[in-house]
Design a protein around this ligand. Sequence first.
Ligand code: HAM
Length: 419
Amino acid sequence: MGITAIRGFNDILPSEVGKWQFVEKTAREVFEGFGFAEIRIPILERTELFSRGIGEATDIVEKEMYTFTDKGGGSLTLRPEATASMARAYLEHQLYAFDPVAKLYCFGPMFRYERPQKGRYRQFYQIDAEVFGVGNPVVDAEVILMLIHFLRRVGLEKLELQINSLGCRDCRPRYREGLKAFLTEKSFQLCEDCQRRLQTNPLRIFDCKVQTCQEAIADAPKVSDFLCGECDTHFDKVKECLSMANLDYVLNPRMVRGLDYYTRTAFEVVSYDLGSQNAVTGGGRYDNLFQEIGGLDIPGIGFAIGMERLISLLPKDKEFIRYPDLFIAAPGKGTHGEAYRLANQLHLEGIHTEFDYEGKSLKSQMRRADKLKARYVLILGEEEMKKGRAVLRNMADKSQEELPIDNLTGILKNKIGKD
Ligand code: HAM
């Protein structure tokens, strides 16, 4: 074999693309119905946007970023996520001057140097939605509601919404210290990475998969016991709004999320069909991110859905491929020109039409029509054409009818468009 794709970087082949288009189309419909507008942002950003935004002591910034020095000597990074970039764009273009509240979404590839396995890739796609400029807990519930509505619209079941509150600048440091004190007593149980995390970012220890670390944190203090009055009230209101919208949720006090920008509400939607990579979506509130990246004091909340994981959960019985509406079989030399002319006219009418380019036998053309799963076949036989007629075959019920070749485009448009 010649040159192959890089490990962890996938091709999305035409047979799969229908699913992607369906998911993207549904996301646009749902999100725009909730008042969100699309934004398109670059794939490359200055490295400091992510190191300051996501946090120096996170796995993403410490070891997963694709960072390089460009010819001008600047340090650039392939974006590992979209939230920080969207916040940068909002600040840079002063979108707040028009309206402080911005509801934005974007689609696109993200890059993380992780160990590839099923559901975890080095280039993966996210659908990302963010609300900037609202600190009110009602919007936390609204964003979650939109997410769940979208996931249901694409046909996902067996999902669980998990929520937690991660506190704010006032209460989180207290929790951090409480957790550090608790884990220091058990530090002999921690793996080498977590020994280091204990000093730099003890909350990350919750995400460690090593058995002894999991045991060490089993009885660790919960962040909910450290929340300040305001964070408590905020979280209560989120839960109340979710219940008002009849949304079931599970409280997961161990969910800390892998990015440091979160404050207060954090959430994940997990699927029990996904094996070990079971988070389809992660999100939460980040009321300090804008300040971290050098901007104003603007609150934000949002989520990102992993496209590959979502697509692996789509209903198996749904068809996502657009098959040809019509195949024109023109077995005789004299009929090729007519097939070409007709196919061109039908394409202009939006009717997906295929025909044979090679002058093969009728049998072989019918086999190809069958393989392509064409809904109808129009047979342009030389004899029939002399009589001014063509035969239309419905491939589902195998019925056939003769049609006049005058105004075939109009007749076919009516017939095929109607089904
Ligand atoms: P995240 O939890 O890092 O959050 O990623 C969100 C989703 O992206 C995950 O739930 C997963 O489905 C998918 N994902 C992450 N890494 C990979 C990977 N290596 N391969 C395949 N899929 C992956 C964020 O990125 C935040 N920016 C979410 C957010 C938006 N928070 C607030 N707003």
